[in-house]
Design a protein around this ligand. Structure first.
Ligand code: AMP
Length: 209
């Protein structure tokens, strides 16, 4: 959990490395569907481009399919899901059905003022998925991916007006999940406003060994 721009993706990559878990980002799943122009991609694109959440029914259906894959049998890490209370309920039902339970809900927080800079400066490689930031983590050659030399792009939903809308949506629809998981006793929080080493040190403190 965490607002857009809090660095969930980066933190998730680290957790994946530490625990050997499959990293499932619903945002990435949607972007793949859009790239491949699947029916889910066509339906989701309209919502994503204007910074709205994709409807719960479609999102849960896509996630349930993904969790059915064999690579999820020993556990998984969700990034960007659930984002609404209804999704959290749907996740609980899915988990109960398959005999899993959630170990931790991790809240990645950063002060609001950092979020706009992070998101408006974000550039991504459409080919290999590498992520950069023109302010804090630029590519060696401006606009070109260090890894595969493709031209970097800005996500359509990283434009200023859309970013503000995504932040409002987070506050109204997703932030209530913090209480939801706090009440279940599994909420852990880290602050991701400093350098990555500081964030990763906190991670090791709050996650199970
Ligand atoms: P992200 O990469 O996590 O920032 O997600 C990008 C966009 O995909 C979001 O702004 C939403 O439009 C959509 N999306 C991702 N995950 C969800 C979700 N769990 N529920 C609804 N929409 C989602």
């Amino acid at each position: 959990l965490g607002p857009p721009g809090s660095g969930k993706g980066t933190v998730a990559e680290k957790i994946k490395e530490l625990y050997g878990l499959v990293h499932i980002s619903t945002g990435d799943l949607f972007r793949n569907c859009i790239r491949q122009n699947t029916p889910i991609g066509q339906e989701a694109k309209v919502f994503i481009d204007r910074g709205d959440l994709v409807p719960d029914e479609l999102t849960v259906r896509m996630l349930a399919e993904r969790l059915d894959n064999d690579d999820c049998a020993d556990g998984f890490l969700l990034d960007g899901f659930p984002r609404t209370l209804d999704q959290a309920d749907a996740l609980e039902a899915l988990m109960n059905k398959s005999g899993f339970s959630l170990d931790v809900a991790l809240n990645v927080s950063v002060p609001d003022r950092m979020i706009m800079e992070r998101l408006s400066g974000r550039r991504v490689c459409p080919e290999c998925g590498a992520t950069y930031n023109i302010y804090s983590q630029p590519s060696l050659e401006p606009g070109i991916c260090d890894v595969c030399q493709s031209e970097l792009t800005q996500r359509p939903d990283d434009k200023d007006a859309t970013i503000r809308h995504r932040l409002d949506t987070y506050a109204v629809r997703t932030a209530p999940l913090l209480d939801y998981y706090e009440q279940q006793g599994i909420l852990r929080s880290i602050d991701n406003s400093g350098d990555l080493a500081a964030t990763f040190a906190q991670l090791k403190e709050v996650l199970p060994q």
